[in-house]
Design a protein around this ligand. Sequence first.
Ligand code: IMP
Ligand code: MG
Length: 176
Amino acid sequence: MKETTRILIPQDKVEERIQQLADEISRDYEGKVVHLVGILKGSVFFVCELAKRLTIPVTMDFMSVSSYGSGTKSSGIVKLIKDLDEPLEGREVIVVEDIIDSGRTLSYLLKNLSNRRPASIRLCTLLDKPDRRECEVDVDYQGFQIPDEFVIGYGLDYDQRYRNLPYIGVLALSEE
Ligand code: IMP
Ligand code: MG
C-alpha cells in the first residue's frame, strides 16, 4: 500500500484557531484554575499548544483509552489503559480531545469522569466529524468540523505514525 498525504488544514490556520479557543476559555474561566485532562496520545500536541496560550492558571493530567485497533476503523470497544494521576473532585475540568468521530470514546469517558465529582466538566476538541456520530456528545469548544475523511497530523496517527506532522492532513491509501 502506498500512503500519500494532502494538507486539509495548514499549520497557521490550526494555530490561529487554537489561539481563539484559548482566548475563549481564558475569558470563560476568569478567576478560576482550569484542570486540563488530555486524552493520550492524540491530544498531546493540541493540549500543549492550548495550555501555552491560556492566561488563567492551569493544571494538567492525562489518561489513555483505546477505541481503535491499528487501522482506520473503530473496534467499538473502549478500554481504559492509563487512568489519571489525581482526583477530579472540586476541579474545573476540561477534557481535551484530538477528534470526535463516532463519539463512543467521549460518551464513555465523560460518564466515567463525571462520576468523580468535578466542580464542572466541559469538552474541548480540535476536530469534529459530525457525520459519523453514533453517540451524542455535547461539545463545548471545537476547533474545526471536518468531512468524513481519515485525518492525520497534529497528534493524530495512522498506525502510530504521522502524529508529528505540524498540520492536519488527509491520508490516502492506494494499491501499488
Ligand atoms: P470515537 O470514539 O469514534 O469518537 O473515536 C475517537 C478516537 O478515534 C479519537 O480520539 C482518535 O484517536 C481516533 N480517530 C477517529 N477518527 C480519526 C481520524 O480521522 N484519524 C485518526 N484518528 C482518528
Ligand atoms: Mg484519541
